[in-house]
Design a protein around this ligand. Structure first.
Ligand code: SF4
Length: 363
């Protein structure tokens, strides 16, 4: 069986299920081929193997391809993958693909790739199965084209993808090629629940990846740390839907709320608002650890009593200065977990309130 990259497939655990069922699964997207050879998971929804260096990929191809490249060039490595996959394309019985859009008035599915692997995967086999989330349905071809333009510009910055394929069903009498059977599997997997539970904006997501490309947290940590299928801001909203808030409670908190994701989202999904909604729900359902609830309770009390707040911050600043060297705080008891991995800047010589008071006096 050959497969075209689809995040929905990852979401419902399809690769794992096929492997467990003993079905030979061949990933045909180049990046997914790298992920499959490495036995790991995609780290980005548009560039799944961006966590691998060129040298790692070269080493993997040399070890696992039947006729690997000899020259250390990108072209030679791509040729190696092409040689490895070519006969798999031609000998597969069944092809599985996703769909970027499902077009209601014609019944066609629309898939975009930059490698042409969707065409090569879905044409030779006898059966073509399309899996797609119910939110992918658009009324007409005009709507699909408008969404395509948004998707491609936000995902890669190009005007169009190299390949845009419309599948319109099984082959007809007189057709020289194409599948004899064509099936579309519509997947809900929590989407109806999202509609009911105040997350309906998230169903507009076209999986372009722009929010993660601009997310300061994703850019520092990469995609694997998010744990679920979808990384970045959209993943922090979606993973609690699929895996439950209790298991993924940390994700909505791993956000600086700088709003960049919402700014770049082509379909204007209010990601920070949705993340705040999860935080609120986590608090209301008592999922926060008692130490966090206790700490926030103290903070609320202190922050709502200005004198106490000034006294507390004044003491904290003076203590931190005692442990400051070279502009950073080092070896301060209670801050070890923070300073073990990153620098904690030393407090400024004068606090904002002190400077403000001086200015007021001078005036
Ligand atoms: S949330 Fe918006 S920016 Fe992020 S993947 Fe979805 S459509 Fe793209």
């Amino acid at each position: 069986m050959t497969r075209v990259k689809s995040m929905l497939g990852e979401e419902i655990g399809l690769p794992h299920a096929l492997d467990e069922a003993g079905i030979e699964r061949v990933e045909t997207d180049l990046a997914e081929h790298i992920v499959q050879l490495g036995g790991d998971r995609p780290s980005h929804i548009v560039w799944p193997s961006m966590h691998r260096t060129r040298e790692q990929v070269s080493e993997m191809f040399k070890r696992l391809h039947r006729a690997p490249h000899r020259e250390e060039t990108i072209e030679a490595m791509v040729d190696s993958a092409r040689r490895e996959l070519r006969d798999k394309f031609l000998s597969a019985d069944v092809a599985i693909s996703g769909a970027n859009f499902l077009i209601a008035d014609t019944g066609a599915t629309c898939t975009v790739t930059n490698e042409g692997n969707a065409e090569l995967t879905t044409t030779p086999p006898r059966v073509h199965i399309v899996t797609a989330g119910i939110e992918k349905l658009v009324p007409s071809m005009g709507h699909a084209i408008a969404m395509l333009r948004l998707l491609v510009r936000s995902a890669t910055g190009a005007d169009v993808t190299q390949y845009t394929t419309f599948h319109c069903g099984p082959k007809q009498a007189g057709d020289r090629d194409g599948p004899e059977e064509f099936h579309i599997v519509l997947v809900d997997n929590g989407r109806s629940r999202m509609l009911r539970e105040g997350m309906k904006e998230m169903l507009r997501c076209i999986r372009c990846g722009a929010c993660m490309n601009h997310c300061v947290v994703f850019r520092q940590l990469g995609g694997h740390v998010y744990g679920g299928t979808y990384p970045g801001p959209m993943g922090a909203v979606l993973t609690p839907v699929f895996d439950g808030l209790e298991r993924s409670r940390d994700l909505p908190h791993a956000c600086t709320m700088n709003g960049k994701c919402q700014e770049v989202c082509p379909v204007a999904i209010p990601l920070p608002t949705l993340l705040r909604g999860w935080r609120d729900r986590s608090w209301r359902e008592g999922l926060e650890p008692s130490v966090v609830r206790f700490g926030l309770g103290i903070h609320t009390f202190v922050a709502s009593h200005p004198r106490l707040y000034r006294l507390g911050t004044g003491i904290a600043v003076r203590v931190m200065r005692l442990f400051s060297r070279g502009g950073v705080v080092r070896g301060m008891p209670g801050l070890g977990a923070w300073t073990a991995h990153r620098e904690f800047p030393a407090p400024a010589k004068r606090t904002f309130m002190e400077m403000l008071k001086d200015q007021e006096k001078a005036r």
